[in-house]
Design a protein around this ligand. Structure first.
Ligand SMILES: *Cc1c(COP(=O)(O)O)cnc(C)c1O
Length: 379
């Protein structure tokens, strides 16, 4: 049934061998920087590559500060702590996201509250968020309470699904009305812009990931991007064991985390960041080819939202229903073309079964139909 799709993908990647969903691309100065880093012996918690990466990443996104961490999940955890999220709080996010978003909320002792996404962006819907808050939230000075559960809604975490920006300016506007800080889970959207502004720079903080399957990778890594200087200093402090600077004494002024990115990873990250624009360009060409092909096949291909420029981290198609989705997954994977369904909605997982949810019609519709298709850079 999907032979033409399989043939097209094999010709697009110019191979009959196995085609992975997303492979990293090391075509720059990775080896030079890694060798230099090893030669310096500073492979771990201090070294020039971390500072350099943080500066270059901030400059790239247009934020004032970037703090590099061991992975995206730790960056999210840190950002939520800085947003004031603590035990007993609620944090609003989408059910259609990778588990890390909800895990980080749980690490704070808080509970995720799931609100719907928009069908076209697959990111948190500002309309669904507004409807949810109108029904359940009451502002009390600087805090916002869920009057149905009695808990404080401490943060909202929208996620830019597969690199496609959500309607983030509207989300921030709604949150401002209720006094709720926004932490953007931009783990998938480095290099994507909305209204010519980088994803991750609209909220109070943005979080990025450099895991092996992301647009650029440093093995494992993450970052928090922040405009506020005091908050950025705090982020650096608590991700580096909260050590107070002293020539020899070990003084730590609060419970911090060992979340800093090792210099070895930062060396790789510097080399990858240099290629980010060309990688995104390469991925956009592939997305354009997919779009033209699927238009002829009468299969819906996920294109970039209005006023957005996406990095097309993972390309996706929308099948007619769950049965057709299953057939597509079976036929492509049987032929060595790796495809994967969108995540199972988080409110269905055992840990979040009792979670407080808004209406999730669009999330459920997408869950039945969305499949990711091979999206690696082609050299
Ligand atoms: C990749 C990802 C993260 C963070 O992942 P790490 O593997 O911890 O770097 C967080 N949220 C989303 C939506 C992601 O896709």
């Amino acid at each position: 049934m999907f032979d033409s799709v399989i043939n097209f993908i094999q010709s697009a990647f110019d191979t009959d061998d196995f085609i992975p969903l997303h492979e990293p691309c090391f075509a720059g100065r990775e080896q030079d920087y890694l060798k230099d880093c090893i030669d310096s012996t500073f492979v771990s918690s201090v070294g020039q590559y971390v500072d350099r990466f943080e500066e270059e990443l901030a400059a790239y996104t247009g934020e004032k500060f970037a703090i590099a961490t061991v992975n995206g999940t730790s960056a999210l955890h840190t950002a939520l702590v800085l947003a004031g999220v603590s035990a007993g709080d609620e944090v609003i996010t989408q059910s259609l996201t990778f588990i890390a978003t909800a895990n980080a909320i749980s690490y704070c002792g808080a509970t995720p509250v799931f609100v719907d996404v928009d069908r076209d962006t697959m990111g948190l819907s500002p309309d669904a968020l507004r409807a949810f808050l109108e029904k359940h939230a009451v502002r009390e000075g600087n805090i916002c309470r869920n009057k149905t559960t009695g808990k404080i809604i401490r943060s909202v975490v929208p996620m830019h699904t597969f690199g496609h920006p959500a309607r983030i300016d509207e989300i921030v506007e709604v949150c401002n009305q209720y006094g709720i800080p926004v932490v953007e889970d931009a783990a998938e959207s480095l290099g994507s812009c909305y209204k010519e502004q980088h994803a991750g720079t609209f909220g109070k903080m943005g979080v990025l990931s450099f895991n092996g399957n992301k647009t650029i990778t440093c093995g494992g890594g993450g970052a928090i991007i922040i405009n506020d200087e005091a908050l950025a200093k705090r982020a650096k402090h608590i991700t580096t064991t909260a050590k107070v600077s002293h020539r020899w004494e070990y003084v730590h002024d609060c419970i911090g985390f060992n979340y800093r990115m090792p210099n070895l990873n930062a060396a790789l990250a510097c080399a990858q960041l240099e290629q980010l624009d060309s990688i995104v360009e390469n991925k956009r060409v592939l997305a354009g080819e997919y779009e033209a092909f699927f238009r002829d096949q009468e299969i819906d291909f996920v294109t970039e939202p209005k006023e957005a420029r996406s990095n097309f981290w993972l390309n996706a198609v929308i099948l007619k229903d769950r049965d057709q989705r299953n057939t597509f997954l079976e036929e492509t994977n049987d032929s060595g073309v790796m495809t994967r369904p969108v995540w199972q909605l988080l409110h269905r997982l055992d840990m979040f079964k009792g979670a407080f949810c808004g209406d999730l019609t669009e999330s459920e519709w997408l869950e039945d139909r969305v499949v990711n298709i091979p999206s690696s850079v082609r050299l």
